[in-house]
Write a protein that binds this ligand. Structure first.
Ligand code: NAP
Length: 316
């Protein structure tokens, strides 16, 4: 389940020491900059195309985390100068009804990007729905055509969270060529595309998962560690090569010290890992804010492409 990370850095588990501050990768600030660049590109698009770029989000049912995500996305889409279209279907909507909505959005020239919010209710086959989205509007990058494009090095849409992680890594490290990278987790939405992206940057990539033997030893070899597991604070400080860069994708809600309250933690034990790592993303305020910013970036790319206008996506 995707939980949005809308909390500010003020709430993050930061150690006050200046040493750790300098090691911090501030995803919230980077995402803000990216949204600003997207907004400039969106304004230029409106001038050239005579219409706003448009992102449609389809939500089925009332999953609370999905509702938060969709609301936040809609607000940020509009704030970036794009049109936001929301389609809400009841939890008992049939697969055929959802497919009809997707088909209508595929055919709508005002819609550049389509996102069907996951997870879908159990009676709907997610793969069938994803396969129905026009790959050129698949701004989530989940369609098998875009998965294939990523694997073969062709231009296409890349899932937002791993692309956001790559942007943070390149911003911090510059070239990643020749570095040893360990990705923990092999999901289709994070682990696998993350590994493909790092391979394309000429890293030597290891993908670890629940059957990996001696995970700590595998992680200790890495210059770059990306943790996308869903297990609170699993990665410990003594697993980390001194100076390594650690990207924590995990968003886990755990009980807080105060009775009845909860707090967000990552898959990385920030307190110990931040003492060994050369750079680290906090939770919240690291990878989380990047996901929607990259979604807006992908929509911008889709809009220029769909309108037949030239656009330098790397400048974003
Ligand atoms: P997922 O589909 O549940 O995949 C988890 C992966 O972790 C699986 O490949 C699993 O291995 C592996 N794993 C589980 N236990 C392990 C262990 N003990 N040792 C090593 N590997 C283990 O999760 P996901 O969708 O990729 O998400 C991962 C985390 O990222 C979650 O906390 C999620 O909330 C967060 N997330 C955040 C964002 C964001 O915007 N920041 C976006 C997406 C996800 P097997 O394949 O062997 O089962």
């Amino acid at each position: 389940m995707i939980v949005t990370d809308a909390t500010t850095l003020v709430d993050s588990p930061l150690n006050d020491s200046p040493l750790v501050e300098s090691r911090l990768i501030d995803g919230k600030a980077f995402a803000e900059g990216l949204r600003g660049r997207v907004a400039n590109a969106a304004a230029a698009f409106s001038d050239k195309a005579g219409r706003k770029a448009g992102l449609a989000v389809v939500l089925v049912g009332e999953d609370p985390a999905s509702q938060v995500y969709v609301r936040s996305k809609g607000k940020q889409t509009v704030a970036s100068g794009m049109a936001s279209f929301e389609h809400k279907l009841p939890a008992d909507a049939t697969e055929a009804e959802l497919l009809a909505v997707v088909e209508a959005l595929n055919a709508d020239p005002a819609v550049d990007g389509i996102l069907v919010q996951l997870p879908l209710p159990a009676h709907i086959d997610e793969q069938v729905v994803i396969a129905a989205i026009n790959p050129d509007k698949d701004v989530d990058g989940f369609h098998v055509v875009n998965v294939g494009r990523l694997a073969t090095g062709l231009p296409g849409f890349v899932p937002c969270t791993p692309l956001g992680c790559l942007m943070l890594l390149k911003d911090r490290l510059g070239s990643l060529s020749g570095l040893d990278a360990v990705v923990i987790g092999r999901s289709n939405i994070v682990g696998k595309p993350m590994a493909q992206l790092l391979l394309a940057e000429s890293c030597t990539v290891t993908v670890a998962h629940s059957r990996t033997k001696d995970l700590a030893e595998v992680v200790r070899r890495a210059d770059i560690v990306v943790a996308a597991v869903g297990r609170p604070e699993m990665v410990k400080g003594d697993w980390i090569k001194p100076g390594a860069t650690v990207i924590d994708v995990g968003i886990n809600r755990v009980p807080a010290a105060e009775e009845g309250k909860t707090r967000l933690v990552g898959d990385v034990d920030f307190a110990s890992v931040s003492q060994t790592a050369g750079a680290i993303t906090p939770v919240p305020g690291g990878v989380g804010p990047m996901t929607i910013a990259v979604l807006l970036r992908n929509t911008m790319v889709a809009a220029y492409r769909n309108a037949g206008l030239a656009f330098d996506a790397d400048a974003l």
